[in-house]
Design a protein around this ligand. Sequence first.
Ligand code: SF4
Length: 187
Amino acid sequence: MKIRLASSLQSDSIVDGEGIRTVIWTQGCSHHCKGCHNEITWSFDDGFLEDIEEVKKELKNLKGQDGITLSGGDPFFQIEACLEIAKYAKQINLNVWCYTGFTFEQLLVMSKSNENIINFLENIDVLVDGRFILEERSLDLKYKGSKNQRILDVKKSLEKKEAVIIPKYDGYKEIGSIYKKKEFMYI
Ligand code: SF4
């Protein structure tokens, strides 16, 4: 099986989820959000095809990574390949974050005609969901670009069949001694 990637794997990221992470940039996204940070990943023909077994080999050889982050592009346009990668990452004790332009609720509806969506979700620890909305953009948000996006505990969300936000990520970045939360500001 092959996956279409936008670039080679990127290790040691500290901005694409908690901890030190290896990012897998998938190619292809039809959400076309205004202000998208990564328009070159929209085309479903660009980038390059990589064998899943090669991706697994790279993951196996990683050092000092807490997990992987599937981003793009939108990994949900290559569910089968991303499912294989996520399953393998879990096997070798890497946690899995995934970014998608779909909402969790949309994915549940879509799963009625594609059971691999649920299989994929079952192998994701944290889902950052929803399209990027330029008018709701903030550079101070933790691990997401716009305020509408949510950082979800996927296991709990699947159990409850509704989006369960992870409170510790539902705020703003810590900057020195200043920590801003949604409604309050502590200095
Ligand atoms: S979902 Fe992500 S990659 Fe796709 S257009 Fe929106 S911001 Fe860009």
